[in-house]
Design a protein around this ligand. Structure first.
Ligand code: DOR
Length: 433
């Protein structure tokens, strides 16, 4: 634990919650952001760099840490180290571990393990149904008492409408969001990539957009009936965006996240020989991608989320039909979203930061991340000026499955500070006095 005071000076400080955007200083003492004292203590650590940008600690509301059960793919320790390296001070773990996080004791176990081993703070979702089998609801009240931050059967949709209605009614009563993996498994059949020309040419079974839109339509209807906060995970289709936007216009508490890979890639980019492009929901058409980008820039989509889904190299080597779906995203999420959305001229820096901070915090009912004195010192220090090349051999995640290998990106985390403690530092050539 590094309890020394830290002065970060000469950086651009951007705090969207307060509107602060200036070249200035940040002072951290006793784990909190504080006013810069008139005279600095002797053991203060000074980080000085004109080219860096300090923002509130980023929050990734959708990650798979794989522990318990698939420690060969990731652990709480390796996944949170990847989060810290990627710029995140908090992550929300999904419940599709083995066994699933479907009892209060398992929620407590995750949170205890994360407190012991985690490089950053871990929030956890609890499963909606026992074993994520879609048949029987979990003990929602007990799970919330144990510390579950939201409910999700992510990886699967709750197929039965009655069960989903009951889940939403319970979540509404407890003031927790349902995080909704919207894919109709029956309609999907054996589909592995977007149903388009590329899938046909490759002879791969397709996934039509109705696989997603049917569930989005159903669950918006259920949110209207139950008053539940409904958050659509990893939205992939333009038609889903239209429904989500209409629900928001109507005043429903409906929100959405988009992943870096759905913003950067489309089905035309998929190499059918390379299962690192295989993901659920699949990479959609170029038109869908354009609509997702607009929705993120315009605010219909309030959050980015990586859907960090590490898999072993052996499982991904089984080919597009048989390999598991998922992209290892924590260490490329900042670069991909910054490069596509901000360098690409689609959104400003402040809005980009919001999608990684205020947006997800609001959806989850968490206090707004800020750099105001008195706030917990969760700070991400970014280099937005220099490009860097993605090399999965450098990942600290156990996963290497990325379609972004070799990409040149702008936007890289150079330091992650959580509760005043430096959890990751990749600072090079920055003066530290
Ligand atoms: O591609 C995916 N992989 N999508 C999901 O929803 C689950 C995830 C996983 O757990 O591997």
């Amino acid at each position: 634990m590094n309890t020394d005071a830290i002065l970060i000076t000469g950086v651009r400080v951007v705090d969207p919650g307060t509107g602060r955007d200036e070249i200035g200083e940040l002072y951290i003492a006793d784990g909190m952001i504080a006013e810069v004292p008139r005279s600095l203590p002797r053991d203060v650590r000074v980080i000085e760099d004109g080219g860096l940008t300090a923002v509130p600690g980023l929050l990734d509301m959708h990650v798979h840490l794989r522990e318990p059960g698939r420690e060969d793919a990731e652990t709480i320790q390796s996944g949170t180290a990847a989060a810290a390296r990627g710029g995140f001070t908090r992550v929300m773990a999904m419940a599709n571990t083995q066994p699933a996080v479907d009892t209060p004791a398992r929620v407590e176990w995750i949170l205890r393990r994360a407190a012991e081993m985690g490089a950053v703070e871990v929030l956890t979702a609890a499963a909606i149904t026992r074993g994520r089998r879609g048949e029987e609801l979990t003990d929602f009240a007990g799970l919330v008492k144990a510390g579950a931050a939201a409910f999700s059967d992510d990886g699967c949709t709750v197929a039965d409408e009655e069960i989903m209605r009951a889940a939403m009614a319970r979540a509404a009563g407890l003031g927790r969001a349902i995080l909704d993996h919207a894919e109709d498994e029956n309609l999907k059949g054996g589909g592995v990539m977007h149903a388009g020309a590329k899938a046909r040419a490759a002879g791969l079974p397709g996934v039509g957009e109705e696989v997603e839109t049917r569930i989005v339509a159903r669950d918006i209807r259920l949110a209207r009936e139950t008053g539940c906060r409904l958050h659509i995970q990893h939205v992939s289709c333009g038609a889903s965006i239209a429904m989500i936007s209409a629900a928001q216009q109507e005043g429903l508490a409906v929100s959405a996240e988009v992943t870096p890979h759905h913003l950067a890639l489309c089905d035309e980019d998929v190499d059918p020989q390379d299962a690192s492009y295989k993901v659920n929901p699949p990479l959609r058409s170029a038109e869908d991608r354009a609509t997702l980008r607009e929705a993120v820039a315009g605010g219909v989509v309030a959050a980015f989320a990586s859907d960090h889904a590490p898999h072993t190299a052996a499982s991904k080597a089984r080919g597009f039909l048989k390999a598991p779906a998922g992209i290892c995203g924590l260490e490329t999420a900042v670069g991909v979203t910054y490069t596509v959305m901000v360098r690409g001229g689609l959104m400003d820096l402040k809005s980009w930061i919001e999608r990684w901070t205020l947006g997800p915090a609001r959806i989850l009912g968490l206090p707004a991340p800020t750099l105001e004195p008195g706030a917990r010192a969760d700070v991400t220090l970014l280099d937005l000026e220099h490009s860097w090349r993605v090399d999965s051999a450098e990942f600290v995640s156990r996963g290497r499955n990325t379609p972004f290998e070799g990409w040149d990106l702008f936007g890289r985390c150079v330091m992650t500070i959580a509760a005043g403690d430096i959890r990751y530092s990749g600072l090079r050539g920055v003066s530290e006095r």
